[in-house]
Ligand binder design. Structure first.
Ligand SMILES: *Cc1c(COP(=O)(O)O)cnc(C)c1O
Length: 377
């Protein structure tokens, strides 16, 4: 089956054309490479797109999450409840402030945080919840917000994988809960590195702008710092790239939906392969990755080896955060803490997924996956 002429199918690829080049070159020519009008325009466009009042562009999604943690006043010893089935940054963002992670298990269908587990994890020390819209599927924002309000907890939405998703008919990021989107090149849209914080609170937005810009005040002198801040600024070249991507975001999301639908059709009826949750009246996914769950009797590692030999990239999305070496070492977490997340995490495979992925490549991916599973029968 394997042949030398076969091309490698990558896991992800950004979707760019001449428009991004034009916009980036324009900024280069303007000489305003940072803190210029392009950054402000990007923020306004993104805020408008998701229906938030304010947006603050930052140098990464992780940086944006960290600033929301600062803004929530989370401090050493506070407990923060989050999901173990996510990218490490959704926990790291509060470890930076000395807070203690409390992992609540996931819902077996949506793969997002489970509401009962979340409520059960609350203690007198709980200070905040970091919810995640994993793989672009919106989390249960309203009930989560209700729990947060009842217990006086801060709520942060790690929407880094969910730009374009909708919860109850409204874009994620537009529900009045502070949220972060990320723009690393494997996300729906990219700025190279970068991220953005959205909030409806002007006060919070001002604080985040200041913290991301070395703690400078609103209109004080350049070398006056009113608080301890960071350099989490997004430069204007990256913002220009972001504007080019935002201009075509509808098309990007539409194409990604088509790619996902093609996978669904191709994989329908393939034994041992469970597909990601479908949309329903309240949840509309923005496709970030295409992750399938293999039946327990299938050896995932052998499937991945098979795909690799056939030049098809794949990935183990995602390892549980609480089982990462540094987390085990520091907090003593072990297997059994979140059984549903751990089971899922052992069985999932991310298949190649990107905006311009072609139908024939998808057919090759699925045929190879089927062959990999049959080879184990
Ligand atoms: C991508 C991502 C982030 C942020 O990543 P950066 O590389 O810092 O931009 C945070 N949380 C989740 C769930 C992500 O997927």
């Amino acid at each position: 089956m394997s042949s030398a002429s076969q091309k490698q199918i990558p896991l992800s690829l950004p979707y760019l054309d001449g428009r991004e080049q034009e916009l980036v070159v324009e900024v280069l020519g303007s000489g305003r490479l940072s803190l210029g009008p392009t950054g402000t325009r990007f923020e306004q466009m993104l805020a408008e797109r998701v229906g938030a009042r304010f947006a603050a562009a930052v140098s990464s999604g992780t940086g944006g999450l960290h600033l929301l943690v600062k803004s929530a006043g989370i401090s050493p010893g506070d407990e923060v409840i989050t999901t173990p089935f996510s990218f490490a940054a959704s926990t790291n963002c509060f470890l930076y402030e000395g807070a203690v992670p409390v992992f609540a298990d996931i819902d077996a269908t949506t793969w997002n945080i489970d509401l009962e587990a979340l409520e059960a994890a609350i203690t007198p020390k709980t200070r905040a919840i970091v919810a995640v819209d994993i793989f672009g599927y919106p989390c249960e924002l309203d009930p989560i917000r209700k729990i947060a309000d009842e217990h006086g907890l801060a709520l942060i939405d790690d929407a880094c994988e969910a730009l374009g998703a909708e919860y109850k008919g409204k874009p994620v990021g537009g529900h009045g809960v502070p949220a972060v989107f990320a723009f690393y090149p494997n996300k729906q849209m990219t700025t190279g590195e970068g991220g953005i914080v959205v909030t409806d609170s002007e006060q919070e937005w001002r604080l985040i702008k200041s913290l991301s810009n070395q703690g400078r005040g609103d209109d004080g002198p350049w070398l006056e710092h009113v608080r301890l801040g960071y350099n989490y600024r997004l430069d204007d070249l990256s913002a220009a790239l972001g504007i080019g991507q935002l201009e075509k975001l509808d098309r990007i999301l539409e194409l990604r939906t088509q790619v996902a639908e093609r996978y669904r059709t191709l994989l329908e009826g393939v034994g041992g392969v469970e597909l990601p949750a479908s949309d329903d009246a309240e949840h509309r996914r923005s496709w970030f990755v295409f992750v399938v769950k293999l039946a327990p009797e299938i050896d995932r590692e052998r499937v991945i080896e098979f795909l690799t030999r056939e030049k098809i990239s794949s990935s183990r999305y995602l390892p549980c955060i609480h089982l990462q070496p540094y987390m085990r070492e520091r907090f003593g977490f072990a297997e059994g803490l979140c059984p549903r997340a751990e089971d899922l995490s052992r069985r999932t495979v991310a298949l190649p997924f990107y905006t311009a992925l072609e139908a024939e490549d998808q057919e090759r991916v699925v045929a190879t996956l089927v062959a990999a599973i049959e080879a184990q029968a």
